[in-house]
Design a protein. Structure first.
Lengths: 223, 420
C-alpha cells in the first residue's frame, strides 16, 4: 500500500513566550485507507503536528510529502489549493459559517475548487448530507442546528472535494457519547466503504483503541 | 485563479447579515458624496454668477487713450543737460485727444484677426441728465448695440425694453436704473441731456439698464454710437474706446501687449482689470474640495471601523475559509469587495442625493438686484463633477477597506483554531 502522507525529520520551535522545542525529529506516515489516531498528553505536540500536516502551519524544518509530492516550501497560494483539493478537516468546535445554510457550508470548498458545475456540486453536497442522515437540514441556517448535527455537517464539508486524507482535531471532544459514537461510526464507514485515509488527534482512549493504529506522542516525540 | 462568484457571494452574505453596519457605512459614503455634489454644483453656480456679474461686463481687452504725463519731459531730450540733475515741477498731462487715433482701421484690423471673436467701438461722453432745474452728472456710452448683445451679456441687464428698440431708434436711450428712479422716468418718457459744452438734447427712453452695481446704474446710460457722435458734434470716426472679445481668454495678456506697442494706445487685459476675481474663484473651489474631502475621510473612517469590527467578529470564519482552501488573497478579496460594494452603492446613492439636492436648490427662489434676470439660486450641472464624485467614493473606500482586509489576509488560521 502506498503512503498518502509522509513526514521526514520534522522539527518545530515555538519562539514565544520563550524558545521551546515542540516537535523533535518526527518521521511518520499514513498508508492509503488507514485510520490512524494520534494520542498524547496536553502539550505533547500532537495538535501542532496535525496543523503542520494540514499545511496550515509552515513554520517548521523537515519534509512533508502528500501523495508522494513534496509540500514543504510551497507558496501560500499553492498550499491553499492543496488544502482545498486534498485535505478534509474536522475541528473540535464544528466551525461552520453561521450565516450560511447547511447546504452552502458544505458546497463552499467545492465552489472554491470550481471543478464542477453548481448543479453537480449541489447534488454531491446533498448526497453527502443524505449519507450522514442530515439531508433534511440542508436549508437550515448553520447556527440553528445541534452540536452533533454541526459536526456531521463539518464532516460532509470535509468530504465534498473527495480528499486524499481526512484530518480531525478532537472531532468528538465536544460531543456526548452518543454523538461521539456516531462520528466514529461515520469515520469507520468512510474508511471501509470509500477507502479514505484518516488521521485523528484525540484524547479519547475508547475512540483511539478502535482505530487501525495509534501514534503515541510525548514531549514532542513519537513513541 | 480567483473565483469571483464565490467571493462575491460570501461578501454579499456578510453585508446582508450585518444590515445595520452596512447601512451605516453606506450612508456615510452617501452623505460625503451627496454633500460634495451639492456643494460643488452650488459653488460653481455661484462662481459662474459672480463671473458673469463682473467679468462678462468687462471686455477681454479694453483699448483707449490714457490721459497721462509724457514719460519723457522735453528737457531730457536736450543734449546739453544730459549729465545734469533736471527737476521738472508741476508736471501736467500731455495735451492729447480722447479719441483713438485711426480707430476705424484698428477696428477693421481687429475684426479680421482670427483670435478675435468681435470688436466693438464705444464712445464715452461725460454729460448731465437734466431733471427740471437739477443736473445729474453722468456718462453716456455710444455703442453698436447689436454687436454688444452678441459679444457680452448686456441683454440680461436690460430690464425693460429690448436692444432692438434702441437699434431702431435714432434718438433712443437705455437709461440707467438708478437714474430712472431718481428722475421718476420710465420707458416711453423723454429725458433731456446736456453736454459739457452746454447744448441740450432730448432722448427717448427705449429701455432701462440695470447692471446691479449701484454706482454704475446711477450714472451710466447707453445709446447708439451715432447718436453720441451727433450730440458731441463729432465725425463718425470719433471713437474713444474699443472693446475686444477673444475666442480664448488666455490670449488677452500677450495680445494687449502687442496692441499697446503697435498702435500707441492703452490696452488693458481682463486679468489685469479683474485679478481679484480669479483669486475668489480659486478659493471657493478650494473650500468646496476641502469640505468634501473632510466628509469623505469621515466616511472612510466609518467604513474602516465597521470592516475592522466585522473582521474581528469573523475571525473564526476567516480561519475556516483558510482551512478549507481559501487563500489569504481570497480572504482579502472578500473584505475588499465588501468595502467596494459599500463604496459603489453609497457613491451612486450620493450622486443621486446630490443631484436631487442640487435640483432643489436650483428651484429655491432667490432674487437679487445684482442679477435682474435671476429668480432662483444659481446651480450648475456638470457631468465631470459626478465622475469625480464616484471616483472619490471608490478611492476612499478602497483605502478604508485595504488596511482591515490586509489584516484579514494575514490572520493565521492555526492560532484561531487552537485558541478555543
Amino acid at each position: 500500500m502506498s503512503k498518502v502522507l509522509v513526514t521526514k525529520h520534522i522539527d518545530k520551535y515555538f519562539h514565544k513566550p520563550k524558545e521551546f522545542h515542540v516537535l523533535k525529529d518526527i518521521t511518520m506516515g499514513v498508508t492509503q485507507g488507514e485510520f490512524v489516531s494520534v494520542m498524547g498528553k496536553s502539550g505533547s505536540g500532537k495538535s501542532t503536528l496535525l496543523y503542520i500536516l494540514s499545511t496550515m502551519d509552515t513554520d517548521y524544518t523537515g519534509e512533508l510529502y502528500l501523495n508522494n509530492s513534496l509540500i514543504s516550501g510551497r507558496s501560500q497560494q499553492e498550499l491553499a489549493r492543496i488544502r482545498n483539493k486534498n485535505i478534509g478537516f474536522v475541528f473540535q468546535f464544528h466551525y461552520l459559517l453561521s450565516e450560511f445554510t447547511v447546504l452552502e457550508n458544505v458546497m463552499l470548498p467545492a465552489k472554491k475548487l470550481a471543478e464542477k458545475s453548481h448543479k453537480e456540486i449541489e447534488y454531491d453536497a446533498l448526497e453527502k448530507l443524505e449519507m450522514l442522515h442530515i439531508g433534511h437540514l440542508a436549508q437550515q441556517r448553520a447556527s440553528r442546528i445541534s452540536g452533533g448535527e454541526k459536526q456531521r455537517v463539518a464532516i460532509a464539508r470535509a468530504l465534498i472535494n473527495k480528499p486524499t486524507i481526512l484530518m480531525g482535531d478532537e472531532p468528538t471532544g465536544n460531543l456526548d457519547s452518543h454523538n461521539s459514537e456516531n462520528v466514529f461510526d461515520i469515520f469507520k464507514r468512510l474508511k471501509e466503504k470509500e477507502g479514505l485515509s484518516l488521521l485523528v488527534v484525540t484524547h479519547d482512549h475508547d475512540f483511539a483503541k478502535r482505530t487501525d493504529r495509534i501514534i503515541e506522542m510525548e514531549d514532542g516525540r513519537v513513541l | 485563479m480567483t473565483n469571483w462568484k464565490v467571493i462575491l457571494n460570501i461578501a454579499k452574505t456578510h453585508l446582508l447579515t450585518k444590515m445595520k453596519s452596512t447601512v451605516t457605512a453606506t450612508l456615510g459614503v452617501t452623505f460625503g458624496i451627496g454633500a460634495y455634489i451639492t456643494l460643488v454644483s452650488f459653488m460653481t453656480g455661484l462662481n459662474t454668477l459672480l463671473d458673469d456679474l463682473i467679468l462678462n461686463q468687462t471686455p477681454h481687452i479694453h483699448i483707449y487713450n490714457e490721459i497721462e504725463p509724457s514719460k519723457q519731459q522735453p528737457i531730457s531730450l536736450f543734449n546739453d543737460f544730459e549729465d545734469a540733475l533736471n527737476t521738472v515741477s508741476s508736471v501736467r498731462p500731455k495735451q492729447g485727444q480722447l479719441k483713438i487715433h485711426n480707430a476705424v482701421p484698428i477696428l477693421n484690423k481687429l475684426k479680421s484677426d482670427s483670435n478675435v471673436k468681435g470688436a466693438t467701438p464705444q464712445l464715452r461722453a461725460q454729460i448731465f441728465y437734466l431733471a427740471g432745474s437739477i443736473e445729474l452728472g453722468g456718462r453716456l456710452i455710444g455703442v453698436d448695440i447689436m454687436e454688444e448683445v452678441r459679444l457680452s451679456n448686456i441683454e440680461d441687464y436690460i430690464v425693460n425694453g429690448t436692444p432692438e428698440a434702441l437699434r431702431n431708434s435714432d434718438n433712443g436711450i437705455l437709461l440707467g436704473h438708478g437714474l430712472a428712479e431718481k428722475m421718476s422716468l420710465s420707458v416711453g418718457d423723454r429725458v433731456q441731456i446736456s453736454t459739457v459744452s452746454g447744448s441740450v438734447f432730448p432722448l427717448k427712453i427705449v429701455g432701462i439698464y440695470q447692471s446691479g452695481i449701484a454706482e454704475v446704474d446711477n450714472q451710466q446710460s447707453f445709446t447708439n454710437l451715432k447718436t453720441v457722435q451727433r450730440i458731441l458734434g463729432e465725425v463718425n470716426s470719433y471713437i474713444t474706446d474699443i472693446n475686444v472679445k477673444l475666442w480664448d481668454m488666455d490670449m488677452a495678456v500677450p495680445m494687449a501687449n502687442t496692441l499697446e506697442k503697435q498702435y500707441g494706445v492703452k490696452a488693458v487685459d481682463i486679468k489685469e482689470a479683474n485679478a481679484q476675481f480669479e483669486t475668489g474663484t480659486n478659493i471657493r473651489n478650494l473650500i468646496t474640495y476641502a469640505v468634501s474631502i473632510a466628509l469623505l475621510i469621515v466616511a472612510g473612517f466609518g467604513i474602516y471601523n465597521i470592516l475592522n469590527m466585522l473582521i474581528y467578529e469573523k475571525m473564526k470564519d476567516i480561519a475556516i475559509l483558510k482551512a478549507t482552501g481559501f487563500s489569504g488573497n481570497d480572504v482579502q478579496l472578500i473584505f475588499m469587495s465588501q468595502a467596494m460594494l459599500i463604496g459603489t452603492l453609497g457613491g451612486l446613492l450620493g450622486l443621486l442625493v446630490g443631484f436631487l439636492l442640487a435640483i432643489a436648490i436650483d428651484h429655491a427662489p432667490f432674487e437679487t438686484d445684482a442679477m435682474p434676470t435671476l429668480t432662483t439660486y444659481p446651480v450648475t450641472f456638470e457631468f465631470i463633477y459626478y465622475l469625480i464624485g464616484i471616483i472619490f467614493a471608490l478611492i476612499s473606500t478602497f483605502i478604508a477597506g485595504y488596511l482591515p482586509s490586509k489584516k484579514a489576509k494575514n490572520i493565521d488560521p492555526v492560532e484561531i483554531i487552537r485558541g478555543t
